[in-house]
Design a protein around this ligand. Structure first.
Ligand code: ZN
Length: 273
């Protein structure tokens, strides 16, 4: 599982044990008042070059956690570039950002599946459990954090929990449904914002590694001090894209291996004695 440094946003690449590839979110820059904030396309200009650098030309499935631009803004370009067969989504209101992605999927002949809690399946040599959104959840007119797709991916003795931007309400609903199991690795919800990562949720997940995808010196103040304190109390190792750059956690089913952009750079300059 590689969390790509897309600034303030999410983009998580999973290389599955059997070689299949899943990309969850593609970063993006929010547009304000209908105007594009920047000419940079995080998908085309940040995520795609990273994947190409790894020699990756195709991705089997792209997942869109929810409709906010910092998650799906970059995905239209990535659908066009990496030719997924399927697009998995959380709850998607009919917004311009979603229409752009849906149109790209339509042009590429991509099958779109709205995921719901309760779906369990094997894919890529791992076991997938969908924990949210709940069946019957209806999105409002605009994209909301709680629309997010939440998935647990299990392989060997390890579990990885992908949470999108869920807030405490969904954390509590999943806890009520007894759906929150321990996970060795959690992608902390909503960039470490204080809207999320409640005590109860973190207690149930009990992560060894907490990955936070947040922009360097972002204007939201993410990750929030209170969330970092809760993670420190639980002795989770926090890996932040705003500090580490790329964060990769690899499982062979028995052990976990961590590599980050900063640590690789540090190793490269370490003298050989
Ligand atoms: Zn977000």
């Amino acid at each position: 599982m590689t969390t790509i440094d897309v600034g303030q946003g999410d983009s998580i690449f999973l290389a599955l044990p059997d070689g299949r590839r899943l990309l969850v979110d593609g970063g993006g820059i929010p547009s304000y008042g209908g105007q594009r904030a920047a000419r940079l396309d995080i998908g085309e200009d940040v995520v795609a070059p990273y994947l190409w650098n790894r020699g990756i030309r195709t991705v089997d499935v792209i997942a869109a956690s929810h409709g906010h631009e910092d998650h799906i803004g970059g995905l239209a370009a990535l659908v066009a570039d990496f030719h997924p067969k399927e697009l998995w989504t959380g709850a998607m209101p009919d917004t311009p950002a979603w229409r752009r992605l849906r149109d790209a999927a339509g042009r590429g002949g991509v099958t779109v599946t709205a995921m719901q809690a309760g779906r369990r399946f094997s894919w890529g040599g791992a076991a997938f459990d969908v924990l949210a959104p709940f069946p019957g959840y209806t999105p409002s007119d605009t994209a909301r954090n709680n629309d997010s797709l939440v998935m647990r991916v299990r392989y060997g003795r390890h579990a990885f929990l992908l949470t999108g931007d869920i807030e405490r309400q969904v954390e509590w609903e999943m806890l009520d449904a007894h759906e929150v199991q321990p996970a060795n690795v959690v992608k902390i919800p909503h960039h470490g914002s204080r809207t999320s990562s409640t005590e109860q949720f973190l207690a149930a997940v009990a992560p060894s590694f907490a990955v936070i995808s947040a922009g360097f010196e972002n204007s939201y103040g993410d990750p929030h001090e209170a969330v970092l304190e809760r993670l420190a109390e639980r002795r989770a190792m926090v890996l932040r894209t705003d500090q580490e750059g790329l964060v990769s956690i690899r499982s062979d089913g028995r052990r976990l291996y961590v590599e980050t952009g900063r640590r690789m750079a540090a190793r490269a300059v370490t003298p050989a004695w």
